[in-house]
Design a protein around this ligand. Structure first.
Ligand code: GLN
Length: 482
């Protein structure tokens, strides 16, 4: 029962062949069975979830047809949940209990979702492996000696291991798509501004977006219908009409143009990953899409540009953790300044400190023009690359990552190697466009993702393309060996 998708569960629930209490119990039984191995969660909200399940059953009995009624969903632990801990996998927020819900959580609750718990992540979403979590590393359910990816590694592992029906993650530089690819699930990063960031703990505010991790593209359409839309509490949320994304599932891809960026297939990519991605592209061709070669010439600058801008924004966003307003405070201080210093020294992990230092440096007078300002100019060039490419095609296809899930510990001592692996995902964040990862094959038993990208606010084309792909392939239905 725990293996169900949103679409399947919804049908069974509405036909009263299954109750939300039964489904939620099945999901928690699965958690009891596999969580010790996977460690996808930071904490579970079991009692509250059972309560929500009972309420959902009452609503179903009364004829309510809300889109997520009774469906167990997990949340990355940087999405604020009123009355339950939101730690960002950091010591500095370890005991932080938000007094309010994020907008996405309010929308989920309104839509009837059952909240299973909060999932593990890299501290403040900085990382690609979940090894930067203050709590514990999450394991990849396909191979327990491998990372699930990051930073939404807990959210993707929980979906792959069926410890929830779907989850939400966040993507600043690939953090939904890369773990989706590593764990063999579907991950969608919406257009910047499509989903409210109110109540999302900020990492890099001009890049962060919340999005769904699901078992199918159809499920991501359902979740996007619920979480998308303008929010008066987030001034960067866009006032753009929210289409019914489930309608995009009915459309055909016949005649749609698929752009293949030539720069994304040169060197550095594992041949087995490239083969799976190329076969994925051929499948889309066989379904009626026309491929055209496109060029995204500034790809080589994307990693440097991203790490300058993301660190700069992080250094300002994280200045609020001062031992006064939120969370952890040092016990070793005799004046205000060393209270700040010791709180931050003790409360932040290595990677977070590295980024605060980098970000402070690139914003400092004398270096601002050479680094931050220049990075902003390159960001504009990267966005223009996509504008030009989308004059020739509707959707762009590429790899998500250069290689499949790596071993725990393998890249921990080399942050640069870890950063370079973000090469294919971060351009979409810099340009603000939507991107999706769908399972397209395996490399030595580990899942490989195919990335699809589209124009601003055209998630519908990703959903149409991804759904057509899943109707004609079975990679997304393969089971983890747990
Ligand atoms: N690997 C990226 C980083 O470490 C992912 C960030 C993200 O999308 N949250 O910054």
């Amino acid at each position: 029962m725990h293996r169900t998708s949103i679409t399947q569960a919804r049908e069974l629930l509405q036909q009263k062949k299954l109750s939300s209490v039964q489904l939620t119990e099945a999901v928690f039984a699965r958690i009891d069975q596999v969580e010790e191995q996977v460690q996808a969660f930071v904490h579970l909200t079991r009692e509250k979830a059972m309560q929500q399940a009972r309420e959902a059953d009452a609503r179903i009995a009364a004829g309510d047809e809300a889109p997520l009624l009774g469906i167990p969903i997990a949340l990355k632990d940087l999405i604020c949940t009123e009355g339950s801990r939101t730690t960002c996998a950091s010591k500095i927020l370890d005991q932080f209990v938000p007094p309010y819900n994020s907008t996405v959580v309010e929308k989920l609750i309104q839509a009837g979702a059952v909240i299973v718990g909060k999932t593990n992540m890299d501290e403040f979403a900085m990382g690609s492996s979940n090894e930067n979590s203050h709590h514990h590393p999450t394991k990849n359910p396909w191979a327990l000696d491998r990372v699930p990816g990051g930073s939404s590694g807990g959210s993707s592992a929980a979906v792959a291991a069926h410890e929830c029906v779907a989850s939400l993650g966040s993507d600043t530089g690939g953090s939904i798509r890369q773990p989706a690819s590593f764990c063999g699930v579907t991950g969608l990063k919406p257009t910047y501004g499509r989903v409210s960031r109110f109540g999302l703990v900020a990492f890099a505010s001009s890049l962060d977006q919340i999005g769904p991790l699901t078992k199918t593209v159809a499920d991501s359409a359902t979740l996007m219908n619920v979480i998308g839309g303008k929010d008066p509490r987030d001034s960067t949320s866009a006032n753009v009409a929210l289409p019914d994304f489930t309608q995009a599932l009915q459309k055909d891809v016949q005649g749609m143009k698929l752009g293949i960026p030539k720069e994304y297939f040169t060197g550095g990519i594992d041949p087995k990953v490239e083969k799976a991605v190329q076969e994925g592209i051929r499948t889309l061709e066989s379904l009626g899409m026309k491929t055209v070669e496109v060029s995204l010439p500034h790809l080589d600058y994307a990693v440097a540009t991203y790490y300058i801008i993301a660190c700069a924004e992080a250094s300002t966003n994280l200045s609020r953790y001062d031992g006064v307003r939120y969370g952890y405070r040092t016990e070793k201080s005799d004046n205000l300044v060393n209270m700040y210093e010791n709180t931050r020294e003790e409360g932040f992990g290595e990677e977070v400190k590295r980024r605060i230092i980098l970000g402070t440096f690139v914003l400092s007078s004398g270096y601002y023009d050479a680094y931050y300002l220049k990075a902003q100019k390159v960001r504009t060039l990267i966005k223009q690359d996509f504008d030009n490419a989308f004059e020739q095609c509707d959707v762009i296809a590429s790899p998500v990552t250069p290689y499949p899930a790596f071993k725990l510990g393998e890249k921990l001592s080399d942050p640069l190697q870890m950063y370079l692996a973000d090469i294919y995902t971060i351009s979409a964040n810099l340009a603000g466009i939507p991107g999706m990862s769908i399972p397209c094959g395996f490399a030595e038993g580990l899942p490989v993702g195919l990335q699809l990208m589209a124009k601003h606010f055209d998630e519908a084309s990703l959903i149409t393309t991804g759904h057509k792909f899943q109707q004609n392939t079975d990679f997304h239905t393969k089971e983890v060996p747990l």
